[in-house]
Design a protein around this ligand. Structure first.
Ligand SMILES: NCCC[C@H](NC(=O)CCN)C(=O)O
Length: 410
């Protein structure tokens, strides 16, 4: 690229970084407030209102609260630069903000909200007053609730919220920095056993024990696990196990998560798991009902160009990317987004060795020392967005990677 374009781009990045540095306390207070008021999937009212206020205070953002879902929102800015009538490039940033039952922000979604908001306002600062961008650029921030459960992004996809977005950026706290980690497919299974109550001492022979069915189901799955491929996962809990020791349980409920890297493997795993659940019903004489209450979360599609840009920008900011990042074997509804819009979902270190979904991670996600890493991640995302909006060749490569990654899934 001509030197003049590179210099202009470097200047834009610098402006974005300086803006984020100047607003670091405000950004920390945003995530700290969300962290102090943890809310479960679909109930993130406080976080929603806080983020809506954050964007509304700058009147250049157009903010839609309760956008398509009660606790989702949309904030849009632009378009800026480009010729009148030119197609607009709409750059999306995602904020998650749901917490976990009992342990608060143990997955650091308060920091995801901060990263998404910070990267968006950083990009806006970088692009403001630009008159020579190759295409007009618009920024859209989507508040995407209910990642830990329900699949808020999938509902937003189905409601058309991603239809006009061209690129999508978010980042997730973990144990290490990684520009890409695949995240695997997940399907939930809810299993209900119906038996018959009876006095457990006086007339046990009259009862049909739904807890026995649940225990057998749990054991069947544990035995099955020995024969599964190393990268498949199946794990669950007994959600309802009866009322009282002297009442033979007439009803029990289990919730299981099934995960595989490939969709075709998920079908095999589902069939094996169902056989385990039905066998437990047969052995105990219970009726069984098996459902999948939430939509399937897909694996994340890689985008090699975005990942390599993110790594270069991250390294320039001091981020260390291990050669072989240890695997984070979780799942996310961002996977579904990655199938419809080119995007990136890097992971970032937050100055702790604690593991996600533990109380120690909750502590770390609210700590001051996570801030340097969180804002550095936001800066790397903004810089990556600047690279793509300033260089049509890169945008083309990003789109080519997206098409190729989808083809490889078939
Ligand atoms: N019911 C969906 C669970 C998703 C959950 N996601 C994560 O832990 C990663 C991001 N929060 C999971 O168990 O993988």
């Amino acid at each position: 690229r001509p030197l003049i374009s590179q210099q202009r781009e470097a200047h834009q990045c610098f402006t974005g970084i300086r803006f984020l540095y100047a607003h670091k306390d405000e950004l920390h207070s945003l995530s700290r407030d969300i962290w102090s008021n943890p809310e479960l999937a679909g109930n993130e009212k406080h976080a929603h209102d806080r983020l809506v206020r954050f964007f509304s205070q700058d009147q250049t953002w157009t903010v839609q609260s309760h956008y398509k879902l009660p606790t989702a929102f949309k904030a849009s800015w632009g378009p800026v630069s480009g010729g009148v009538g030119d197609p607009v490039l709409n750059v999306g940033f995602l904020c998650e903000y749901d917490a976990l039952p009992g342990i608060g922000h143990a997955c650091g979604h308060n920091l995801i909200a901060e990263v998404g908001a910070a990267a968006a306002v950083g990009l806006k600062a970088a692009l403001e007053n630009q008159t020579e961008l190759p295409v007009p650029v618009k920024i859209t921030v989507l508040g995407t609730p209910a990642e830990e459960e329900l699949g808020g992004k999938i509902e937003l996809i189905n409601a058309g919220a991603f239809a006009d977005i061209d690129l999508v950026f978010m980042a997730h706290p973990a144990q290490q920095d990684a520009s890409f980690h695949p995240c695997i497919i997940i399907e939930e299974m809810l299993v209900k056993y119906y038996g018959k109550a009876s006095h457990a001492a006086a007339y046990p022979w009259e009862g049909v024990n739904a807890l026995d069915a649940a225990v057998l189901a749990y054991s069947n799955i544990s035995v099955l696990r020995q024969q599964l491929k190393p990268d498949w996962r199946i794990h669950g809990i007994i959600k309802h196990g009866g009322e009282k020791p002297n009442i033979i349980p007439a009803y029990t409920e289990l919730e299981f998560y099934l995960r595989t890297p490939l969709l075709k493997d998920l079908c095999d795993l589902k069939a094996k798991a169902e056989a385990c659940f039905r066998a437990a019903a047969g052995a105990t004489g219970c009726q069984v009902e098996i459902t999948s209450p939430t939509p399937t979360y897909y694996n994340i599609l890689p985008n090699a160009t975005l990942a390599s840009l993110y790594e270069s920008n991250g390294k320039a900011l001091g981020i260390h990317f291990p050669e072989q990042p240890t695997s984070f074997c979780g799942s996310t509804d961002f996977g579904n987004v990655s199938f419809i819009v080119p995007g990136i979902h890097p992971f970032f270190y937050i100055c702790t060795d604690a593991l996600n979904h533990t109380e120690e991670y909750t502590e770390a996600a609210g700590a001051e020392k996570a801030q340097l890493y969180t804002l550095r991640t936001a800066k790397a995302l903004s810089m990556t967005a600047v690279d793509v909006v300033c260089c049509p060749d890169l945008l083309k490569k990003v789109r080519d990677d997206f098409r190729l990654a989808k083809l490889k899934q078939k």
